[in-house]
Ligand binder design. Sequence first.
Ligand SMILES: Nc1ncnc2[nH]cnc12
Ligand SMILES: [Zn+2]
Length: 340
Amino acid sequence: MITEFIQQIPKAELHIHIEGSLEPEFMLNLAERNQIKLPFTSVEEIRQAYQFNHLQSFLDLYYLGSRVLLTEQDFYDLTWAYLEKVACQNIRHTEIFFDPQTHTQRGIPFEVVLSGIDQALQAGQKKLGISSRLMLCFLRHLSPESAMEILKQAIPYQDQIIAVGLDSSEQNHPPSQFKDVFEVARNLGFLTVAHAGEEGPPEYIWQAINLLKVSRIDHGVRCIEDPKLVQYLKEKQIPLTVCPLSNVRLKVFPTLQHHNLKTLLDLGLCVTVNSDDPAYFGGYILENFLETQSALNFSFQEIYQLAKNSFLASFLGEQEKHNRIDELDQFMQQFTQKLS
Ligand SMILES: Nc1ncnc2[nH]cnc12
Ligand SMILES: [Zn+2]
Protein backbone atom coordinates (compact mmCIF):
# COMPACT_ATOMS: atom_id res chain seq x y z
CA MET A 1 0.00 0.00 0.00
CA ILE A 2 2.79 2.46 0.82
CA THR A 3 4.32 1.66 -2.58
CA GLU A 4 1.11 2.73 -4.30
CA PHE A 5 0.99 5.83 -2.12
CA ILE A 6 4.55 6.82 -3.01
CA GLN A 7 3.90 6.18 -6.69
CA GLN A 8 0.74 8.29 -6.76
CA ILE A 9 1.55 11.17 -4.45
CA PRO A 10 2.13 14.44 -6.37
CA LYS A 11 5.75 15.53 -5.97
CA ALA A 12 8.42 17.92 -7.19
CA GLU A 13 12.06 17.25 -7.99
CA LEU A 14 14.55 20.00 -7.19
CA HIS A 15 17.94 18.40 -7.84
CA ILE A 16 18.49 16.63 -11.15
CA HIS A 17 21.39 17.23 -13.55
CA ILE A 18 19.95 16.77 -17.00
CA GLU A 19 23.28 15.38 -18.26
CA GLY A 20 22.96 12.79 -15.49
CA SER A 21 19.77 11.43 -17.04
CA LEU A 22 21.67 10.13 -20.07
CA GLU A 23 20.82 6.42 -20.11
CA PRO A 24 23.47 4.04 -21.53
CA GLU A 25 21.25 3.01 -24.48
CA PHE A 26 20.78 6.64 -25.43
CA MET A 27 24.51 7.33 -24.95
CA LEU A 28 25.35 4.64 -27.50
CA ASN A 29 22.65 5.83 -29.94
CA LEU A 30 23.89 9.39 -29.78
CA ALA A 31 27.52 8.30 -30.15
CA GLU A 32 26.52 6.58 -33.38
CA ARG A 33 24.29 9.41 -34.58
CA ASN A 34 27.08 11.96 -33.97
CA GLN A 35 30.08 9.79 -34.88
CA ILE A 36 31.65 10.15 -31.44
CA LYS A 37 34.10 7.49 -30.30
CA LEU A 38 33.45 6.12 -26.81
CA PRO A 39 35.56 3.59 -24.91
CA PHE A 40 32.44 1.35 -24.69
CA THR A 41 30.71 -0.80 -27.27
CA SER A 42 27.73 -2.11 -25.31
CA VAL A 43 25.22 -1.10 -22.66
CA GLU A 44 26.63 -3.82 -20.38
CA GLU A 45 30.13 -2.33 -20.66
CA ILE A 46 28.80 1.10 -19.74
CA ARG A 47 26.84 -0.27 -16.79
CA GLN A 48 29.93 -2.14 -15.60
CA ALA A 49 31.77 1.18 -15.47
CA TYR A 50 29.20 2.45 -12.93
CA GLN A 51 31.28 1.40 -9.94
CA PHE A 52 32.18 4.58 -8.15
CA ASN A 53 34.53 5.06 -5.19
CA HIS A 54 33.70 8.71 -4.65
CA LEU A 55 32.35 11.78 -6.42
CA GLN A 56 35.36 12.24 -8.73
CA SER A 57 35.22 8.71 -10.13
CA PHE A 58 31.61 9.37 -11.12
CA LEU A 59 32.31 12.81 -12.53
CA ASP A 60 35.00 11.40 -14.85
CA LEU A 61 32.41 9.11 -16.45
CA TYR A 62 29.67 11.76 -16.41
CA TYR A 63 31.83 14.22 -18.37
CA LEU A 64 32.91 11.48 -20.77
CA GLY A 65 29.27 10.52 -21.43
CA SER A 66 28.29 14.15 -22.00
CA ARG A 67 30.57 14.24 -25.07
CA VAL A 68 27.89 12.52 -27.17
CA LEU A 69 25.59 15.56 -26.82
CA LEU A 70 26.13 17.89 -29.78
CA THR A 71 22.98 19.31 -31.32
CA GLU A 72 19.87 21.12 -30.17
CA GLN A 73 17.92 17.96 -31.00
CA ASP A 74 20.22 15.92 -28.71
CA PHE A 75 19.52 18.23 -25.77
CA TYR A 76 15.82 18.20 -26.59
CA ASP A 77 15.70 14.39 -26.76
CA LEU A 78 17.66 14.05 -23.50
CA THR A 79 15.33 16.39 -21.63
CA TRP A 80 12.18 14.92 -23.16
CA ALA A 81 13.22 11.38 -22.20
CA TYR A 82 13.62 12.52 -18.57
CA LEU A 83 10.23 14.26 -18.55
CA GLU A 84 8.39 11.29 -20.04
CA LYS A 85 9.97 9.05 -17.46
CA VAL A 86 9.06 11.16 -14.45
CA ALA A 87 5.55 11.96 -15.71
CA CYS A 88 4.76 8.29 -14.98
CA GLN A 89 6.11 8.81 -11.44
CA ASN A 90 3.64 11.62 -10.72
CA ILE A 91 6.12 14.45 -10.77
CA ARG A 92 4.20 17.70 -11.12
CA HIS A 93 7.12 20.10 -11.10
CA THR A 94 10.85 19.80 -11.73
CA GLU A 95 13.85 22.11 -11.33
CA ILE A 96 16.65 21.01 -13.61
CA PHE A 97 20.37 21.77 -13.58
CA PHE A 98 22.46 22.00 -16.70
CA ASP A 99 26.25 22.37 -16.91
CA PRO A 100 26.89 24.73 -19.86
CA GLN A 101 30.70 24.77 -19.44
CA THR A 102 30.82 21.01 -20.12
CA HIS A 103 29.47 21.79 -23.57
CA THR A 104 30.84 25.23 -24.46
CA GLN A 105 34.35 23.89 -23.72
CA ARG A 106 33.76 21.38 -26.55
CA GLY A 107 32.67 24.13 -28.92
CA ILE A 108 28.90 23.70 -28.54
CA PRO A 109 27.27 27.14 -28.41
CA PHE A 110 25.47 28.03 -25.17
CA GLU A 111 22.36 28.85 -27.18
CA VAL A 112 22.19 25.35 -28.72
CA VAL A 113 22.25 23.70 -25.28
CA LEU A 114 19.73 26.08 -23.77
CA SER A 115 17.34 26.04 -26.69
CA GLY A 116 17.15 22.23 -26.85
CA ILE A 117 16.49 21.91 -23.11
CA ASP A 118 14.06 24.82 -22.97
CA GLN A 119 11.92 23.61 -25.88
CA ALA A 120 11.58 20.20 -24.25
CA LEU A 121 10.59 21.85 -20.94
CA GLN A 122 7.91 23.87 -22.73
CA ALA A 123 6.61 20.69 -24.40
CA GLY A 124 6.65 19.02 -20.96
CA GLN A 125 4.35 21.70 -19.60
CA LYS A 126 1.99 21.48 -22.58
CA LYS A 127 1.85 17.75 -23.19
CA LEU A 128 2.62 16.24 -19.77
CA GLY A 129 1.43 18.98 -17.42
CA ILE A 130 4.84 19.18 -15.72
CA SER A 131 5.92 22.69 -14.76
CA SER A 132 9.63 23.39 -14.58
CA ARG A 133 12.46 25.78 -13.89
CA LEU A 134 15.99 25.69 -15.27
CA MET A 135 19.16 26.28 -13.21
CA LEU A 136 22.65 26.90 -14.58
CA CYS A 137 25.49 25.26 -12.67
CA PHE A 138 29.05 26.58 -12.64
CA LEU A 139 31.69 23.85 -12.56
CA ARG A 140 33.73 24.49 -9.43
CA HIS A 141 36.81 22.62 -10.74
CA LEU A 142 37.07 25.40 -13.34
CA SER A 143 38.07 28.98 -12.51
CA PRO A 144 35.81 31.77 -11.23
CA GLU A 145 36.76 33.64 -14.43
CA SER A 146 35.31 30.82 -16.50
CA ALA A 147 32.14 30.95 -14.38
CA MET A 148 31.90 34.72 -14.96
CA GLU A 149 32.29 34.19 -18.69
CA ILE A 150 29.43 31.66 -18.78
CA LEU A 151 27.28 33.95 -16.64
CA LYS A 152 27.72 36.69 -19.27
CA GLN A 153 26.57 34.27 -21.94
CA ALA A 154 23.45 33.50 -19.89
CA ILE A 155 22.29 37.12 -19.61
CA PRO A 156 20.30 37.20 -22.90
CA TYR A 157 18.43 34.08 -21.73
CA GLN A 158 17.70 35.23 -18.21
CA ASP A 159 13.95 34.76 -18.49
CA GLN A 160 14.59 31.05 -19.11
CA ILE A 161 17.00 30.50 -16.20
CA ILE A 162 15.78 31.02 -12.63
CA ALA A 163 18.96 30.35 -10.65
CA VAL A 164 22.66 29.67 -10.75
CA GLY A 165 24.27 26.82 -8.84
CA LEU A 166 27.67 25.30 -8.14
CA ASP A 167 28.54 21.67 -8.82
CA SER A 168 31.39 19.26 -9.75
CA SER A 169 34.37 18.31 -7.53
CA GLU A 170 33.66 19.64 -4.06
CA GLN A 171 36.81 18.81 -2.12
CA ASN A 172 39.30 21.71 -2.21
CA HIS A 173 36.92 23.91 -4.20
CA PRO A 174 35.19 25.95 -1.47
CA PRO A 175 32.19 28.15 -2.27
CA SER A 176 34.23 31.19 -1.18
CA GLN A 177 36.11 31.04 -4.51
CA PHE A 178 32.87 31.91 -6.30
CA LYS A 179 31.68 34.75 -4.05
CA ASP A 180 32.12 37.46 -6.69
CA VAL A 181 30.44 35.66 -9.55
CA PHE A 182 27.49 34.76 -7.33
CA GLU A 183 27.21 38.39 -6.27
CA VAL A 184 27.06 39.50 -9.89
CA ALA A 185 24.47 36.80 -10.60
CA ARG A 186 22.31 37.92 -7.67
CA ASN A 187 22.54 41.56 -8.76
CA LEU A 188 21.32 40.47 -12.19
CA GLY A 189 18.29 38.87 -10.51
CA PHE A 190 19.25 35.19 -10.47
CA LEU A 191 18.42 33.13 -7.39
CA THR A 192 21.32 31.05 -6.06
CA VAL A 193 21.86 27.47 -4.87
CA ALA A 194 25.04 25.44 -4.33
CA HIS A 195 26.17 21.86 -3.82
CA ALA A 196 27.74 21.82 -0.37
CA GLY A 197 28.27 19.26 2.36
CA GLU A 198 28.03 16.30 -0.03
CA GLU A 199 31.69 15.29 0.35
CA GLY A 200 32.86 18.64 1.66
CA PRO A 201 32.81 19.81 5.30
CA PRO A 202 30.01 21.75 7.10
CA GLU A 203 32.16 24.88 6.66
CA TYR A 204 31.31 24.78 2.93
CA ILE A 205 27.60 24.88 3.82
CA TRP A 206 28.19 27.96 5.98
CA GLN A 207 30.07 29.58 3.09
CA ALA A 208 27.26 28.79 0.65
CA ILE A 209 24.79 30.45 3.04
CA ASN A 210 26.87 33.43 4.14
CA LEU A 211 28.90 34.20 1.01
CA LEU A 212 26.78 32.89 -1.87
CA LYS A 213 23.46 33.72 -0.15
CA VAL A 214 21.82 30.56 -1.41
CA SER A 215 18.08 29.82 -1.22
CA ARG A 216 18.76 26.07 -0.91
CA ILE A 217 21.67 23.74 -0.24
CA ASP A 218 22.12 20.84 -2.66
CA HIS A 219 22.91 17.68 -0.64
CA GLY A 220 24.01 19.27 2.65
CA VAL A 221 23.96 15.94 4.50
CA ARG A 222 27.27 16.63 6.29
CA CYS A 223 25.53 19.47 8.20
CA ILE A 224 24.90 16.82 10.85
CA GLU A 225 28.54 17.19 12.00
CA ASP A 226 27.88 20.78 13.16
CA PRO A 227 25.02 21.18 15.69
CA LYS A 228 24.99 24.99 15.31
CA LEU A 229 24.54 24.59 11.59
CA VAL A 230 21.72 22.09 12.04
CA GLN A 231 20.01 24.56 14.37
CA TYR A 232 20.47 27.37 11.85
CA LEU A 233 19.11 25.31 8.93
CA LYS A 234 16.11 24.42 11.06
CA GLU A 235 15.42 27.96 12.26
CA LYS A 236 15.66 29.47 8.80
CA GLN A 237 14.07 26.45 7.12
CA ILE A 238 16.81 26.50 4.47
CA PRO A 239 15.94 23.48 2.30
CA LEU A 240 18.35 20.63 1.64
CA THR A 241 17.88 18.80 -1.68
CA VAL A 242 18.98 15.36 -0.56
CA CYS A 243 19.78 12.58 -3.07
CA PRO A 244 19.79 9.24 -1.20
CA LEU A 245 20.72 6.80 -3.97
CA SER A 246 23.46 9.15 -5.19
CA ASN A 247 24.90 9.35 -1.67
CA VAL A 248 25.14 5.57 -1.40
CA ARG A 249 26.60 5.11 -4.89
CA LEU A 250 29.23 7.77 -4.18
CA LYS A 251 30.03 6.30 -0.76
CA VAL A 252 28.86 9.26 1.30
CA PHE A 253 26.93 6.62 3.32
CA PRO A 254 27.77 2.89 3.25
CA THR A 255 24.11 1.84 2.74
CA LEU A 256 20.66 3.47 2.64
CA GLN A 257 20.07 2.17 6.17
CA HIS A 258 22.91 4.44 7.29
CA HIS A 259 21.50 7.52 5.52
CA ASN A 260 20.65 10.47 7.76
CA LEU A 261 17.55 11.65 5.84
CA LYS A 262 15.17 10.45 8.56
CA THR A 263 17.29 12.00 11.30
CA LEU A 264 17.28 15.33 9.47
CA LEU A 265 13.52 15.15 8.94
CA ASP A 266 12.96 14.25 12.62
CA LEU A 267 15.10 17.24 13.61
CA GLY A 268 12.68 19.52 11.71
CA LEU A 269 14.85 20.41 8.71
CA CYS A 270 13.22 21.09 5.34
CA VAL A 271 14.64 18.06 3.52
CA THR A 272 13.52 16.83 0.08
CA VAL A 273 14.15 13.67 -1.94
CA ASN A 274 15.81 13.91 -5.37
CA SER A 275 17.63 11.78 -7.93
CA ASP A 276 20.77 13.87 -8.79
CA ASP A 277 21.97 11.77 -11.79
CA PRO A 278 19.30 9.08 -12.21
CA ALA A 279 20.87 7.21 -15.13
CA TYR A 280 24.10 6.69 -13.17
CA PHE A 281 22.79 6.04 -9.68
CA GLY A 282 20.15 3.40 -10.28
CA GLY A 283 16.94 5.35 -9.99
CA TYR A 284 14.72 8.30 -10.69
CA ILE A 285 12.76 10.11 -8.00
CA LEU A 286 10.29 7.27 -7.47
CA GLU A 287 13.05 4.71 -6.85
CA ASN A 288 14.71 7.17 -4.47
CA PHE A 289 11.49 7.46 -2.47
CA LEU A 290 10.71 3.74 -2.54
CA GLU A 291 14.15 2.46 -1.59
CA THR A 292 14.64 5.10 1.10
CA GLN A 293 11.23 4.36 2.59
CA SER A 294 12.03 0.69 2.68
CA ALA A 295 15.45 1.28 4.29
CA LEU A 296 14.41 3.92 6.82
CA ASN A 297 10.80 2.91 7.36
CA PHE A 298 9.16 6.24 6.61
CA SER A 299 5.48 6.50 7.56
CA PHE A 300 2.71 7.79 5.24
CA GLN A 301 2.86 11.07 7.15
CA GLU A 302 6.61 11.39 6.64
CA ILE A 303 6.30 10.69 2.91
CA TYR A 304 3.60 13.36 2.78
CA GLN A 305 5.95 15.79 4.59
CA LEU A 306 8.77 15.06 2.11
CA ALA A 307 6.41 15.68 -0.83
CA LYS A 308 5.09 18.86 0.79
CA ASN A 309 8.67 20.06 1.40
CA SER A 310 9.42 19.56 -2.30
CA PHE A 311 6.77 22.16 -3.22
CA LEU A 312 7.60 24.49 -0.31
CA ALA A 313 11.29 24.49 -1.26
CA SER A 314 10.62 25.01 -4.97
CA PHE A 315 11.04 28.23 -6.92
CA LEU A 316 7.34 28.33 -7.79
CA GLY A 317 5.55 31.56 -6.89
CA GLU A 318 3.71 31.71 -3.56
CA GLN A 319 0.22 31.31 -5.08
CA GLU A 320 1.36 28.42 -7.23
CA LYS A 321 2.94 26.73 -4.18
CA HIS A 322 -0.38 26.99 -2.35
CA ASN A 323 -2.21 25.46 -5.31
CA ARG A 324 0.21 22.53 -5.43
CA ILE A 325 -0.08 21.92 -1.71
CA ASP A 326 -3.89 22.04 -1.99
CA GLU A 327 -3.64 19.41 -4.70
CA LEU A 328 -1.42 17.35 -2.43
CA ASP A 329 -3.87 17.67 0.47
CA GLN A 330 -6.76 16.61 -1.75
CA PHE A 331 -4.77 13.56 -2.78
CA MET A 332 -4.15 12.75 0.90
CA GLN A 333 -7.85 12.98 1.71
CA GLN A 334 -8.83 10.73 -1.17
CA PHE A 335 -6.14 8.21 -0.34
CA THR A 336 -7.12 8.12 3.36
CA GLN A 337 -10.79 7.59 2.41
CA LYS A 338 -9.80 4.72 0.15
CA LEU A 339 -7.89 3.12 3.04
CA SER A 340 -10.78 3.34 5.53
N1 LIG B 1 26.37 14.72 -7.21
C1 LIG B 1 27.04 15.67 -7.83
N2 LIG B 1 27.90 16.43 -7.11
C2 LIG B 1 28.60 17.39 -7.71
N3 LIG B 1 28.53 17.66 -9.01
C3 LIG B 1 27.70 16.94 -9.76
N4 LIG B 1 27.43 16.98 -11.08
C4 LIG B 1 26.53 16.04 -11.34
N5 LIG B 1 26.22 15.35 -10.22
C5 LIG B 1 26.94 15.92 -9.22
ZN1 LIG C 1 23.96 17.20 -7.87
